[in-house]
Design a binder for this molecule. Sequence first.
Ligand SMILES: [Zn+2]
Length: 243
Amino acid sequence: MLRPTLSLLNKLRFGSILTNNRMMANQVQGCNSTIMGVIENNKSWAEEMQAKNPDFFVNLAKGQSPKILWIGCSDSRMAVDVLTQTKPGDIFIHRNIANRVPSEDINALCVIEYAVKHLKVEHVVVAGHTSCGGIKAAMSTDSVGILDHWLRPVKDLYMANQKEIDALPESERVDRLGELNVIQGVNAVSKLPVVHEAWKEGRELYVHGWMLQLHTGLLKDLDVSVASPKQVDSLYKFNAASH
Ligand SMILES: [Zn+2]
């Protein structure tokens, strides 16, 4: 039986290591050019802003007083500043997969409390979008790992509205569940004690539900805005703590 010599084996191994290394270097280079492009773009943007308004960054560094809290999906196509033509400092943002507002999520609750109580925003927007991957996953029996847990309430929402959703043409089902998920988010925000405290103080605070239509770039108002505790069931209106 012919056996490859040790030197031939080493040559083969070394050759494949070199090839792998070269491939990896090319990949890293590609990755670097992408990420370096981001840094370069940022530099051009900062220079442009500075040229237009020499005080822009001086003022930006002083603090923020956004009027809007945006709770949206993490989807890369929901570029909030771009699609609303707003500037840094205009919108306070919280994002997660499928723009959920779980009442036990400390991250979302902290963002909402800080925005409503301390920044005193006047509007909270819960924004979903068409063709949401998170919503699609919730309507499927395919596992998406840890996301199965996160999307479970969306799946429950689908089950609760399955008759209405399944009666729609297949192409509209995901977006309808997306809308119902936004409406659920609006309801969840409207029930939060921090929101009711703001209303008790006589502050104007609106909670809106919007859907970004990816195929047109337009935001659709779902017309479910809540502006007063009168629109919320009495069970969710808390009295001051007695202890
Ligand atoms: Zn999404």
